[in-house]
Design a protein around this ligand. Structure first.
Ligand code: AFP
Length: 336
């Protein structure tokens, strides 16, 4: 019966992406191969994060352990794993990582058409206390046969082909959009496979949670201050919103996507561009939000319309439920 079918007919992430590709007869399976390599990276990092305390993987980069072996900090290790997995896929040409100052240009013999931007281990200041952390990625494609240049990754976010994140939390969850909705997959550790557990995620139109580092409030600008004040003291008779802030973007965005509400990392007097990075934090998360029916706004424009000038550019960001982001947009518009 149906229950048994659900348990035995497993929609793995690979099967899902292959199914998607059959809708594009011209596709040659390159994206599936690329994604498989990203998935491998996520599984590796998941296993390392889970073992971190035990294996004493946490330590300063360059420190040695009791066996005299070099220890790597988890974010350094994760970066290496992703770079190697992406290069060896033979499907990438430019890689931009939060960990590396410069973009990596893949050597011609291993080159493919995809550019991948990623933060291998976002929220790494949370590792030592076992709080959820994650990997974020965004993917662009260059034209067939074109020589890759840095310009290829300095594109507006709306031109991304796919984006996602993997959260290393109470379970390991991979959320992906290839531009036609958002799907969530959970790693079944006994199978080593990501199984579709959250098909077609839609963010609630309005939420009851706001998520921001309020410790920065003294430096906020007018619209941000007004918005947060309204969350706490609504003037339309609605209930105040709850505050939830983990300080790990993947975890804060994942909750926002599933439960609704708004996540903000605004500009402030000390950081006029906020904190979060455009290519591998703001763009992928904004892409997912829009694909799930929400919105993402920078304080000036739709986040996906930003055109980054440098690979590590930052931008303020307000993202989440459609109605909640509408409110902050109205406050910013009133300011002008
Ligand atoms: P770390 O990698 O240093 O922990 O930073 C995490 C992060 O980039 C992002 O994941 C959080 O949303 C944001 O910073 C939190 O920043 P604050 O500590 O300033 O609130």
């Amino acid at each position: 019966h149906a229950g048994d079918a659900a348990r035995t007919d497993l929609m793995t992430i690979t099967r899902y992406v292959l199914n998607e590709q059959t809708k594009h007869p011209e596709s040659r399976g390159d994206f599936t191969i690329l994604l498989n390599h990203i998935v491998l990276g996520c599984k590796f990092v998941c296993s390392s994060v889970n073992k971190a305390g035990l294996a004493k993987l946490i330590g300063l980069a360059g420190e040695t352990n009791v066996q005299g072996e070099e220890q790597k900090k988890l974010d350094v290790l994760s970066n290496e794993v992703f770079i190697k997995a992406l290069v060896s896929s033979g499907r990438t040409c430019i890689l931009v990582s939060e960990e590396d100052e410069e973009a990596t240009f893949v050597e011609p013999s291993l080159r493919g058409k995809y550019c991948v931007m990623f933060d291998p281990l976002d929220g790494s200041s949370n590792i030592d206390c076992c709080v959820s952390i994650g990997t974020i990625f965004g993917i662009y494609m260059i034209k067939d046969g074109k020589e890759p240049t840095l310009e290829d990754v300095l594109q507006p976010g709306r031109d991304m082909l796919a984006a996602g994140y993997c959260m290393y939390g109470s379970s390991c969850t991979l959320v992906l959009s290839t531009g036609s909705g958002v799907n969530g997959f959970t790693l079944d550790p006994s199978l080593g496979e990501f199984i579709l557990t959250h098909p077609d995620i839609k963010i609630p139109k309005k939420g009851k949670i706001y998520s921001v580092n309020e410790g920065n409030a003294k430096n906020w600008n007018g619209p941000t201050s007004k918005y947060v004040q309204k969350c706490k003291f609504p003037d339309d008779g609605s209930s105040p919103k709850s505050l939830r802030y983990i300080g790990s973007m993947v975890a804060d965005v994942h909750r926002t996507l599933l439960y609704g509400g708004i996540f903000l990392y605004p500009a402030d007097k000390k950081s006029p561009n906020g904190k979060l990075r455009v290519l591998y934090e703001v763009f992928p998360m904004s892409f997912l939000m829009e694909q799930a029916g929400g919105q993402a706004f920078t304080g000036k424009q739709r986040a996906l319309d930003l055109v980054p000038k440098k690979i590590h550019d930052r931008s303020p960001i307000f993202l989440g439920s459609y109605d909640d982001v509408e409110e902050i947009k109205a406050l910013y518009a009133a300011e002008e």
